[in-house]
Design a protein around this ligand. Structure first.
Ligand code: GSH
Length: 96
């Protein structure tokens, strides 16, 4: 009997990351999430001031990319994401 077939896949909250293609912080943030097999929606604000303004409104005024949201939580930028990882708190946010 294969119990795994009857189980729901592990819940992971939706993840959204606002990026610019040339931004090294964006690549580093995506690398960390991908390394954890986290699926995320990427919204490029490359050359799109209106989209970046919308991002900033959601991100409590923060204008830099990346801006990362995990479920209802605004994580912040790349440094914030890596700080969560160093503090051992990122996995908990990804599998609440
Ligand atoms: N400490 C920030 C640095 C982010 C940052 O400096 N991003 C640059 C692009 S690599 C940026 O958004 N600059 C302003 C802009 O492109 O409008 C983080 O970890 O996310």
């Amino acid at each position: 009997m294969n119990l795994a077939v009857d189980q729901d896949p592990p819940f992971m909250p939706p993840i959204t990351i606002y990026t610019k293609s040339w931004c090294p912080y964006c690549h580093a943030a995506k690398d960390l999430l991908s390394g954890k097999n986290a699926r995320f929606e990427e919204i490029s604000v490359d050359g799109d001031m209106a989209a970046q303004r919308k991002m900033a409104a959601l991100a409590h005024g923060r204008w830099t990319v990346p801006q990362i949201f995990i479920g209802d939580t605004h994580v912040g930028g790349c440094d914030d994401l890596y700080a969560l990882e160093r503090a051992g708190k990122l996995d908990g946010l990804l599998s609440p």
